[in-house]
Design a protein around this ligand. Structure first.
Ligand SMILES: Cc1cc2nc3c(=O)[nH]c(=O)nc-3n(C[C@H](O)[C@H](O)[C@H](O)COP(=O)(O)OP(=O)(O)OC[C@H]3O[C@@H](n4cnc5c(N)ncnc54)[C@H](O)[C@@H]3O)c2cc1C
Length: 373
């Protein structure tokens, strides 16, 4: 028989968005339950695991106080410090952008964020899949929850999003990645490769140590129909990669989806708040989501709690995330749409354009600033 339970806030999903939402709701003193389908936190990993330091993020999200969790990331969570992002054009012209960042151990990082949420007072329940959200209720296989507020942080999960009228699958980047070792790489440099190696997206090398890296790529279905693993294997053999991968060994393979079509039209519906990948809170130019979903997670948790405690409208959530990150998300989407016509359609045109734009403009585009091409 299905149990029923009344509760203030149910957060669905224990990724970085859900963890932050649960923490900041619980900190306001409301009863918060986070439901996560995975049995083990963070596993399987579906991530390149790289993001800029808080110092760099302050320059990107100038209207946001960020979240404290992005500062002082503990040493044991960091796999590799990064100083430079090197962008390669289709003909392998390279552009070096100084950018301080780190690759993290994503599963440990998620564990840390969920511990923070638990310490703040949220209950974290693993191995619990939400089957359905209907009429403001949340159903798992054995319990029906009646939350005052639902925070939906389930990533690009169509099963939960489509019934709400959110068709996040319309422009998803499909990604595959090998974790590799015995590589010959520069460990402080993240690489991004554009052109035929990864149609509609880019291929990456994200170091996780002196000879270890996440090597992957993301493509969009409008640009490529063939097997994505074949494409990744071809990338490993490309002239620019050959020396780096000659002795390389694949340790594991992962696949995942990234929504790259900007934020969904409505992030508040009745008693439901959408946050993170579920809401399209991802930088459309580079597919990076971790910092932004954490910021929006904090805003979601606070807005949910304020609604319960003080009766403020949940729509304050949408207003606030737009204030803190809306401009950057719009800039990134605009740039990606322009790139769709030039960079992703025609290799030689992309080559000329990237050379003309140079490091400064490419860097601005990747950092979600407004660019005039
Ligand atoms: C291959 C790949 C590489 C990436 N590389 C980077 C990178 O290097 N840097 C970066 O910043 N971003 C990267 N991203 C994007 C980043 O991983 C996401 O933006 C970020 O994880 C989004 O966080 P989230 O909490 O919104 O969603 P998720 O991290 O997807 O978390 C959602 C959680 O909800 C759970 N869930 C889903 N459905 C249910 C359900 N029905 N019931 C209960 N639980 C459910 C899932 O198990 C999951 O744990 C990458 C993404 C991919 C796919």
């Amino acid at each position: 028989m299905t149990k029923e339970q009344n509760i203030d806030v149910v957060v669905i999903g224990g990724g970085p968005a859900g963890a932050m939402a649960a923490k900041y709701a619980a900190l306001q003193g409301v009863d918060t339950l986070l439901l996560e389908q995975k049995k083990t936190i963070g596993i399987p990993i579906r991530c390149g695991e790289f993001f800029p330091t808080a110092k760099e993020l302050e320059k990107i999200f100038v209207h946001s106080p960020l979240v404290p969790e992005l500062y002082d990331i503990k040493k044991e969570l960091i796999a590799q410090k990064i100083d430079i992002v090197r962008v390669f054009s289709p003909k392998s012209t390279s552009f070096d952008m100084p950018l301080e960042g780190h690759s993290v151990y994503r599963e440990k990082f998620e564990e840390y964020l969920l511990e923070e949420a638990a310490e703040a007072g949220a209950t974290i329940q693993l191995n619990t899949r939400v089957e359905r959200i209907r009429a403001g209720l949340v159903d798992t296989n054995n319990t029906r929850y009646r939350p005052k507020v639902i925070i939906l942080a389930c990533g690009p999960n169509r099963k939960l999003l489509n019934p709400l009228g959110i068709h996040i699958q319309n422009d998803l980047a499909v990604c595959v990645q090998y974790v590799m070792e015995n590589l010959t790489i520069e460990p402080n440099i993240v690489e991004m490769h554009y052109g035929n190696v990864s149609p509609g997206g880019y291929a990456w090398v994200i170091p996780k140590g002196k000879d270890r890296a996440n090597v992957g790529l993301g493509i969009r279905k409008n640009f490529y129909k063939q097997n994505i693993l074949t494409l990744l294997d071809q990338f490993l053999q490309a002239p620019i990669m050959k020396n780096k991968t000659a002795q390389g060994q694949k340790v594991s393979t992962i696949a995942g989806l990234v929504p790259v079509n900007g934020p969904v039209p409505h992030t508040v519906m009745d008693n439901i708040i959408l946050v993170g990948d579920a809401a399209g809170h991802v930088m459309a130019t580079n597919g990076g989501g971790i910092p932004i979903v954490m910021i929006c997670g904090r805003i979601a948790g606070e807005a949910g709690a304020n609604h319960i405690r003080h009766g403020t409208s949940l729509h304050m959530y949408e207003k606030q995330w737009k204030k803190e990150c809306g401009r950057e998300l719009s800039n990134a989407l605009r740039t990606r749409k322009r790139a769709d016509f030039i960079v992703y359609r025609c290799g030689w045109l992309a080559e000329i354009l990237m050379r003309l734009l140079g490091t400064k403009v490419i860097s601005r585009a990747l950092k979600c600033a407004s660019v005039g091409f």
